[in-house]
Design a protein around this ligand. Sequence first.
Ligand SMILES: Nc1ncnc2c1ncn2[C@@H]1O[C@H](COP(=O)(O)OP(=O)(O)O)[C@@H](O)[C@H]1O
Ligand SMILES: [Mg+2]
Length: 607
Amino acid sequence: MYFKRVLKIVFTFKKYFMLNILFSVLYAFFSAVAFLSLMPMLEVLFNGINKINEKPTLELSSNLGDFIENWLNYQVSSFAVDDTQKAILFVVGIVVILFFLKNISNYFALFFSTLIRNGVIMNLKKSIYNKIIILPLKYFSKNKKGDLISRMTSDVSEVQNSFLSIIEIFIRDPLTIFFTLGAMFIISFKLTVFVILFIPLSGFIISFIGKSLKRKSLLVQKEQAELTSITEETINGIKIIKSFLAESFFKSKFDQTNIRFLNFSNKLINRQNIAAPLSEFLGILVIGVLLWYGGKLVLIEMELKPAAFITYMGLAYGVLTPAKSISKAFYSLKKGNAAAERVFEIIDMTSEYYNDLNKNKLKSFNECIEFKNVSFKYDKSSVLKNISLKINKGEMIAIVGASGSGKSTLVNLIPRFYDQISGKITIDGTDISNLSRLNIRSLIGIVSQESILFNSSIKENIVLGNSDSRSNDKLLNSLSIANANEFINEFQENINYNVGDNGSNLSGGQKQRIAIARAVYSSSPILILDEATSSLDSKSEKLVQNAIDKLMINKTSIVIAHRLSTIQNADKIIVLDKGEIIEEGSHNELIKNNSIYKKLISLQSFS
Ligand SMILES: Nc1ncnc2c1ncn2[C@@H]1O[C@H](COP(=O)(O)OP(=O)(O)O)[C@@H](O)[C@H]1O
Ligand SMILES: [Mg+2]
């Protein structure tokens, strides 16, 4: 049960929690007493003022109910003397004041529980986000974005609606029942024993229905996530959907999920819907039995005054409302648990940095990166086989090979985007599995084929939060190295120009130059360029290639290139085929032999 874990978060708001309890107690107390205060009013209506001139004293033998009644009557008598109007005013005044106190306590109880609720929600969202951002990459290739997003949004609000409202109910309502029952005992012991026998009975019947609720609500959540996923994919790929006339395909995909969602949630909600009418009916059954039994006490056995009985009925009905909400809370508990399970599943994932704390840190990169018999697989089949490779400081290494041959995978192992390799990779002689990921990544700048830009200004996209006093000069310098000045100067907002969603306000070449400026700005000694120019037209390719050449000066770089002309002056060219290195050497060495590289070159110079 995840309720306990949510409670733990609730308890971090100890002060609000205590205040909530305090005001709940006051609320419960005043609810009972306010109702009780109607009794003398009714008494006055039925019988006129019952004058008592002697102050009553409470003795062990006396009945508490009688004592309170006598005491009130004494107060009324001494205040109003003989004036009936004054007496009515006095009684009404007490009623109004007590109801006022009840409601103001209720407000404050709600006030503090709101602070707790929203605090817990903020806390959960923060935990999820903080976990998402440190999850290993392999998590994201297996899971859908929509699923993550719906855990963050709809599951969190379900936890809010189900669990946190229960917390209120579990504090306030039992107290209300306690005080109201107390008041009922004061009026009539016999009748109250009767009521107590009925309440658990109706509770049992109601909780009986809620059994399959958890499973159903899990199904509903799952379909909700699927809906979010499909919608998101559609929005992202709307251009492709339109140009390939795939609208109806996506519509029917969406409809199928949507209909499943409809069916599951109809079933779920209708099961919940039974609760309210059923408990209302059970409630009226209890009231009916009470009327019958109480009527007997009033009219036949003359044990109870009519005014007391009417007040009593009011109190009894007042017990039913919290009793109903408590039994409803058991539903919510199940529903909330399913949502909380999905929320905590993310929160409980191990971060990719969990064992990085005591790892070594390199201050700088001085010698070389070395692959020693490295093999790697994502799932079952090997993607890299027995790779051995040395990259000295200051060198430029190029990797070529057919698409799918494992080039990107190879470079992604260096920043430890993926672990569990066999063999080892070292930087300056230290096995990277003994280095903290943050440390390795601080040494590496990456420019990939699809430039990832965030929806904010050019400046923010480059700086990514790493700014200091010198950052403005550094930024301008990065932009000029990246050949980005010429187009940025055309924007009125200059570096504050907003690039749009995933950079959609910029052309491909412009985006890529921003990505290069980002790598320059980070001034990491090692560069990884994964087909940085392959998605560009030839004019912007030239601009970007020129920027890349400037970027690589004085750096150690690993370049994956689709255009072989750009890598002819690489210190070493590696040809990958199906995850294996089949050739390596400089351009001149490779071109001499009758190599695969030579064939690749001649193929490209034709096209
Ligand atoms: N995240 C991933 N999960 C599973 N398989 C992957 C993943 N990324 C790439 N692959 C597979 O690994 C192989 C090599 O991919 P990749 O390194 O991207 O090749 P290249 O960059 O040379 O085109 C391909 O067969 C591809 O399907
Ligand atoms: Mg690739």
